[in-house]
Ligand binder design. Structure first.
Ligand code: ADP
Length: 242
């Protein structure tokens, strides 16, 4: 069994008795570009929060031969689990290269800023190529477009050697061109890594998902290819009403 295989078994998250994620079973393989969709409040963000260790859960989330449930956030990150948030959290007053270098440094250990070095670490150079920001290496992050900031945040996860990447609504607020660019970026990443994308944008999902899990009221309502979940009457009901 490939170790880079995410397997959730009865994953459950409760907030004061309210069950936000309800016995979810879900498996994601490397090479898959899995979209996690569902109406507002379905439990999508809570699910990836639980896998990243940000909220306590019960059940199991197996990754790299370990159950992540009950592990601390930094330990989970060390196992190669990374995620982005709905609002990109980049250092606006630092350059693209410095942001990536700091993120890589968080993994390496002692913090050393790129400006003290004559050349950038290979991992930073590679990440800038992957996210398409090589030409903007010396631009301040604060001057980037909304889309470029999101790509930088993805790069900051990549340089930390993440092998499982979970993204929370990566194309929210992006232009059509930026969405297309992001889809191609995710396809490049998914060729080598395991990727889970929480998304509201159905056109984006249709264009880029290789498989889809639909959550509703904390439970898995449907799973399969885009065509399969779109044809599912239960999914249509949740999105369109009975
Ligand atoms: P989605 O991402 O699918 O829109 P969420 O995972 O954000 O849904 O939320 C799922 C449900 O859990 C919602 O009803 C939300 O109000 C609730 N919830 C999320 N986080 C908390 C929390 N920290 N405390 C209490 N309830 C929460």
């Amino acid at each position: 069994m490939n170790a880079d295989y995410l397997e959730l078994t009865n994953l459950t998250v409760s907030f004061d008795g309210f069950v936000a994620v309800d016995r979810v079973n879900m498996s994601v393989l490397p090479g898959d570009l899995r979209f996690l969709i569902g109406p507002n409040g379905a439990g999508k963000t809570t699910l990836i929060d639980a896998v990243s260790g940000l909220v306590p859960a019960t059940g199991a989330a197996r990754w790299a031969g370990e159950n992540l449930v009950g592990r601390k956030v930094h330990r989970i990150a060390r196992l190669g689990v990374g995620r982005t948030f709905q609002t990109a959290t980049v250092f606006e007053e630092l350059t693209v290269a410095q942001n990536l270098d700091i993120a890589a440094g968080a993994r390496r250990g002692p913090l050393t800023l790129a400006r003290r070095r004559t050349s950038l670490p290979e991992v930073v150079v590679k990440a800038m190529e992957t996210i398409g920001l090589t030409d903007l290496a010396d631009a301040l992050a604060g001057t980037l477009s909304h889309g470029q900031k999101q790509w930088l945040e993805i790069g900051m996860v990549l340089v930390q050697d993440a092998r499982l990447i979970m993204l929370d609504e990566p194309v929210a607020g992006m232009s059509a061109e930026e969405k297309d660019e992001t889809g191609r970026l995710l396809q490049r990443i998914a060729a080598d890594l395991t990727v889970v994308v929480v998304e509201h944008d159905m056109d984006f999902m249709r264009a880029f998902a290789t498989s889809v899990t639909v959550l509703h009221a904390g439970k898995v309502l449907a799973e399969g290819s885009v065509a399969q979940v779109q044809a599912d009457p239960r999914v249509q009901e949740v999105y369109l009403g009975p």
